[in-house]
Design a protein around this ligand. Sequence first.
Ligand code: URA
Length: 436
Amino acid sequence: MRTVNIILKKRRGEALSYREIEHLITGFTRGDIPDYQMAAWAMAVYFRGMSGEETADLTELMQKSGDEIDLSSVDGIKVDKHSTGGVGDKTTLVLAPLVAAAGVPVAKMSGRGLGHTGGTLDKLESFSRFSVDMTREAFIDQVNRIGVAIVGQTENLTPADKQLYALRDVTATVDSIPLIASSVMSKKLAAGADVIVLDVKVGSGAFMKTEAEAFRLARTMVEIGNRLNRKTIAVVSDMNQPLGQAVGNALEVREAIDTLKGDGPEDVTELCLELASHMLVAAGKGDSRKQARQHVQRLMKSGKALEKLKELVRAQGGDDREVDEPDRLPQAPLKIDVRADQDGVVDSVDAEQIGMAAMSLGAGRETKGDVIDLAVGIVLHKKIGDAVHKGEPVATIHANDASKAKRAVDMVSKAVQLTDPSQQVTIPSLIYGVVD
Ligand code: URA
């Protein structure tokens, strides 16, 4: 089989066979196929797309390119949740203990943040001494003991995806729906859960800028799951403004704690209830979504959901007093308000800009090796549609460095756009739909 002929076939827009995709993926992972040929193929895919069968074949080959996690020794239906990435997205911090408290085992591998979106592992490390490194045996043992564990991805999970993603990143081929869908799903399938619940973000702060693109991505990932016999459900949700009020690691942990107590911001709470109810029904806990939703609301009110977070923090070496007393979490010394320069109504909050402002404060990484500052970030006091008076704070910057704080104030002022109070403002829906 000649690699150049496979590239040519895709360039002509023809579908590749399993054997041809296998030739590419195994050859590339072994180092037999050079970057320039793989990049040419990725660009051909970018322009010509892939059929459902090709996309599933590519996913399966990447899934099987490295370690696969065997969760068969964990009792019950294991459900994983994945978000395609957004600003202020702390849903995993809420959902993992919440659904575990409902009796659904959560064996979760998470990632670190890069660029303007944060990572669950970084957020969890806001708890003193919290460890995300664990042997596979300890991971399984913890899920069997307390129903939940959250760890970093093993080094050898989907190496083919790792290599291909790095190549796509520098050859302008990231934003191809079949390539994104296969990349995400290969990792989720290798991580071993029985059911995958996806939160596909759409809007200015997300990969997918339009609803049409987000639904295409959602349908492509659900189809991959169906073809590879893994139940997959996708919720398409808004990222035209940050989720909740807090952006930044320890600040988001505080908001997740509030949400687990039933006192979180409306949008975080609503999205968590939506995702949790899908997770519970898919795991066979509850006959209807309505019933599942009521069940998790009771777990929030009774304190059982918060208790599960404390168990998780304790089990992974962290200080669970920080759950009851969040003032013990890392806090930045400088708190500077960003004030409205006119009366008005919030017309837009550029999520990507807010994410970049948080990153410039040190909450996120520009490059993989950067060390992050867990305490810093932004708390938004106003969301789209809220009325504001001149001089009122629209956000507070939490910073460790005055010059970084000043830059962030400028960025946040530009990101929060006000309009005249007489103007009609469209408030984006939180949930656009579900694909299953
Ligand atoms: N996230 C992934 O894991 N892969 C992509 O291709 C894009 C986003």
